[in-house]
Design a protein around this ligand. Structure first.
Ligand code: BGC
Length: 964
């Protein structure tokens, strides 16, 4: 047996994070036993476990997905812990490796003062003294024998800390000393509602302080960042929303082996050196001019503290993950030199330079080429560039206080540009991959890769809408619709926890209202579906991670959002009548042109449903937390609101009167109709009338395939997924996308961009269909009554065209695997792995005939009692272990096509349509005839459409295809 993935508050060996409670979690693999009998957690102040702080003893109620242990927490203290697990097999017991967590300053007061320097005027020249980004520095003389050392630090807008060990005054350029960086983090102290709180980080600098030289300089470089440069909706004004002054606070604590402690704190004795960075902001990039002269040192000044409270961090570190070298250096028709990185991502880059002094090197980034040339007009006002002016010395440069969402890089000013001199560095928060799926269709696999890159690109501290244009904000709607997909792909608990904390900080100032973007940078508008993120994200997290701490932490946020909506709603449905984005970007707006944004689904209908649904979530959360009164109140509110929707939008026979794909999806998802069959057939007909193509936007798309599968329309869901033409998920893959587009038609079929007003190639929202791929295609659907993935209802959806799906998901409870492969049109092979302590209920599709155990080859030992306990319902109850089984389906899943098949059905199967098109151009058959078959067209309409010779070829094609 092995114990792994030891976490505290869903973080691995955290240092300096905010900690109200301490929740431990772990996973078990390779055990003989099937489940945990007892566990014991020991926490100590030392790695040898001599100074024990808490010992739970063996108990039966410590849960591996999260066990809170009550303990006092001292400031600046590292705690070591181990867990021991006993299983249901006698004598099987294992103790984990030692893990740790370390507190920050907690309630300790700061001896350090906030300091500043002349902070520049936005209109000043970039070379002016006050615009040159400051390096605050302090010489430090240490004593012998450092036991441990920590740096507690925050700087606004952004900071990078360095320790320069020479002890000399820093005469050469700090920017050339990457090796002296403290901590491997970028863009600290990250993005917040700085008016409410400012995060500080804790860095373990023990090794640096122990290093050879006695003295050194602590140097901290500041940039503008989200705090003090243009960002968000006030970006046009070119000033920072939160402040206009550089500010720094830092304490370097050195503990010596003789027990003494020394603290070096920021104060007005610190000096300020001006760097050669003259400009930085997130949208426009950065400028560094190494020809600038060194300026005399200035004295730092004491500064007013920022408005927000200095608080321990919640943000995960933003780090460099993948690095890319260009796949090609393109010389474009416009004579540009452009690197193609082969993949769109977010991050920075490194460039080796060796040009004569005064050379200006100009880098610009873009997402696509147009007419084979560099293109960046869809970034709108974001310049997204990097300018470097060389001092003639060879060096490697990188931006410090910005990031880019890019695939293409235009470089000018370098003679003999080489691919090897450029390296793309993907930056995102420290999340770990948890889930993967592979199917039998390469385009789908590429789509899944695009979704993951969409996630990585937009998980840079804040769940953002996009990483490239003048936006890059934490849009609540986008975050909400993508959250359940994200939870399958990566470990997201800590990431979303920080976002939700920020959300509540904003609500505190807005009477419960959830602004459209978080952090808001002053935005106060809000809307349904977007603001409902306050309820939906924490509830998704509880379902997936099974730790009710998230509900405790967010309950006030959730409740105050619903209360806000109630107040606006008043007695007259006021909530319906405020502005809502509705089914944003749906394709069914009757007046729509290519740039239209509003869908056809009645926004009032959507608003009322989400109001009711969020109230229901608050009631569910209250139930989990044992808050009886709240549960009753919000349940009644939810029921009333759902009833209002039913009364108003459904006929007395249950017919939904809002006739759009999205409306009917909502009706089925929220069980709004008393006539499910009628609603299903309404939905089916709408699709049929639209050639089985989707029209849904931000509201409908994320729910669409799940609802289809849950209502018996998996086949249609597959048709939608596998459609390679506009509109559909694979259309963009076919056109070369490496991330997910914002619009169904971001690029037109010929690769031309459809518009530049609002058109990103890296918007993860529509990637939300991935939830369906895990949940229904692979079948890993967690049981709602067993939060934390301790029980999964596995009902995979087989499909001949997809051929196979193989998913693995390292869930909070352990590693699941579920795979199926169709080895023949009526044969399937299934593999399942159930983690320790968990259970899978397999519901076999197309298995009516499998009524006896023998047919399932159940003589195999692993399928013995009580595993296959509900034969009649074809439910296999699987205990921990790995299983394989193969069976013959009740019916072949490969479709049989003939000359009697309606043309539309052929068109919907893109593989078949492509093949037949070689014989007969079916895509050119007039729209009014596509619901007819070839035979009907030939015999009843006009035989000239399909000459005899072609008809014969079609007959041959079908014979061959069906026989294959
Ligand atoms: C963003 C979104 C967002 C939307 C609000 C856009 O500019 O990029 O994805 O949700 O505005 O409707």
């Amino acid at each position: 047996m092995k114990l792994y993935d030891l976490q505290v508050n869903h973080l691995t060996n955290p240092i300096g994070f905010q900690m109200e409670n301490v929740t431990f979690s772990w996973k078990v693999k390779e055990a003989k036993g099937k489940k945990q009998k007892d566990a014991r957690i020991i926490i100590a102040e030392d790695a040898d476990f001599e100074k024990i702080v808490t010992d739970t003893g063996f108990c039966g109620d410590l849960r591996s997905i999260g066990s809170r242990v009550e303990m006092g927490l001292e400031p600046c203290t590292r705690y070591f812990w181990q867990v021991t697990v006993r299983t249901d097999v006698d004598g099987e017991e294992e103790t984990s490796e030692t893990a740790f967590f370390e507190t920050a300053k907690r309630e300790l007061s700061w001896s350090a003062k906030w300091i500043t320097c002349d902070s520049g005027d936005y209109k000043a020249e970039v070379s002016s003294r006050t615009k040159r980004h400051p390096i605050f520095e302090k010489k430090v003389s240490k004593k012998e024998k450092v036991a441990k050392a920590r740096l507690y630090v925050s700087g606004l807008g952004m900071y990078e800390a360095y320790w320069i060990p020479q002890g000399e005054e820093l005469t050469d350029n700090l920017l050339d000393h990457e090796e002296y960086r403290i901590g491997e983090e970028y863009l600290t102290p990250y993005s917040n509602d700085y008016n409410q709180w400012v995060q500080y980080q804790t860095f373990d600098v023990t090794e640096k302080m122990r290093s050879e030289s006695e003295n050194g300089t602590l140097a901290i470089l500041l940039g503008n960042g989200w705090y003090k440069a243009r960002f968000g909706f006030s970006a046009a004004e070119d000033i920072g929303f939160y402040g206009d002054e550089w500010k720094l606070i830092a304490e370097l604590h050195i503990w010596y082996e003789d027990g003494q402690e020394e603290v070096i704190s920021t104060d007005d004795s610190w000096m300020v050196r001006r760097s050669t960075i003259g400009f930085s902001n997130l949208y426009d990039g950065e400028l560094r001019d190494d020809t600038l002269e060194q300026l005399p040192l200035e004295q730092a000044r004491l500064a007013d503290a920022p408005k927000g409270k200095l608080t321990e961090r919640l943000s995960l570190p933003v780090q460099i993950h993948e690095t890319f070298t260009p796949v090609e250096l393109i010389h474009t028709p416009k004579d540009e030199e452009v690197f193609d990185m082969g993949q769109e991502f977010s991050g920075i880059f490194e460039l080796k330079v060796n040009e004569p002094a005064g050379t200006k090197i100009h880098i610009q980034t873009g997402e696509i080429l147009q007419q084979d040339c560099f293109y960046n007009e869809n970034l709108r006002s974001a310049k997204s560039e990097y300018i470097y002016i060389s001092d003639g010395l060879p060096k490697t440069v990188r931006p410090h206080f910005t990031y880019y969402g890019y695939r293409y890089v235009k470089v000018s000013g370098i003679n003999h540009l080489k691919k090897e001199d450029f390296k793309g560095l993907a930056l995102y928060s420290a999340i770990t991959q948890k889930g993967t799926v592979e199917t039998g269709v390469p385009l789908v696999n590429q789509f899944l890769s695009n979704v993951r890159w969409g996630l990585k690109s937009n998980f840079l501290d804040v769940p953002s809408d996009c990483p490239q244009r003048d936006e890059r904000m934490g849009w609540t709607g986008d975050a909400q619709v993508f959250s359940s997909t994200a939870m399958y792909l990566e470990d997201t608990y800590a990431f979303y926890q920080k976002y939700l904390y920020d959300m509540y900080q904003e609500q505190l100032d807005l009477d419960g209202k959830v602004p459209d973007v978080v952090p808001s940078c002053g935005v106060e508008s809000c809307a349904c579906v977007w603001g409902d993120a306050a309820c939906i994200i924490p509830w998704n997290m509880y379902q997936v991670y099974g730790d009710k701490t998230i509900l405790e932490n967010q309950f006030e946020s959730m409740r105050s959002w619903v209360d806000y909506v109630s107040r606006v709603d008043g007695d007259n449905h006021g909530w319906r009548y405020v502005f809502h984005y509705g089914d944003w970007l749906a394709l069914d707006n009757p007046n729509g042109n290519i740039e239209q944004v509003m869908g056809a689904t009645d926004e009032e209908f959507i608003a009322n449903i989400y109001y009711a649904a969020s109230a229901g979530i608050v009631a569910d959360a209250a139930k989990v937390l044992g808050k009886k009164e709240e549960e009753q109140y919000y349940r009644a509110l939810s029921d009333t609101q759902f009833q209002i929707v039913k009364d108003e939008y459904f006929s007395k026979n249950g017919r939904c009167c809002v006739k759009t794909q999205t409306a009917l999806v909502l009706a089925l998802k929220y069980h709004l109709t008393d006539n499910v069959e009628l609603t299903r057939s309404q939905l089916r007909k709408l699709f049929k009338d639209n050639g089985d193509k989707l029209k849904t936007g931000f509201v409908g798309t994320p729910l669409l395939c799940n609802v289809l599968s849950e209502n018996g329309f998996s086949d249609l869901a597959f048709t939608l997924l596998l459609n390679r033409d506009f509109p559909g998920w694979l259309h963009e893959v076919k056109l070369g996308a490496t991330t997910v587009w914002e619009r169904w038609n971001s690029l037109l079929d010929d690769g031309t961009i459809s518009g530049i007003e609002m058109n990103s190639m890296n918007h993860y929202s529509y990637g939300a269909v991935t939830d369906w791929i895990f949940r229904h295609v692979a079948g890993l659907d967690p049981d709602k009554n067993h939060p934390g993935f301790t029980r999964v209802n596995l009902k995979p959806q087989f499909n001949w065209r997809l051929r196979k799906a193989d998913a693995s998901y390292d869930s909070p409870a352990g590693l699941y695997q579920s795979g199926w492969e169709m080895t023949a049109p009526d044969q399937v092979k299934l593999t399942v792995t159930v983690p320790f302590g968990c259970e899978v209920r397999v519901m076999l599709p197309y298995a009516e005939k499998l009524l006896s155990r023998r047919e399932l080859e159940l003589e195999k030992e692993e399928f013995q009692n009580p595993i296959f306990s509900r034969v009649e319902e074809r439910i296999l109850i699987l205990q921990p272990g790995s299983y394989e089984l193969a069976y013959t389906l009740d019916q072949p899943l490969k479709k049989v096509y003939t000359v009697d098949t309606p043309i539309q059905v052929l068109l919907n199967d893109s593989d078949v349509a492509n093949e037949i098109s070689k014989v007969l151009p079916i895509r050119r058959i007039p729209a009014q005839y596509v619901d007819r078959s070839m035979r009907e067209i030939k015999e009843e309409i006009y035989s000239g459409f399909i000459p005899d010779e072609i008809y014969q070829k079609a007959l041959d094609f079908f014979d061959n295809y069906n026989a294959e």
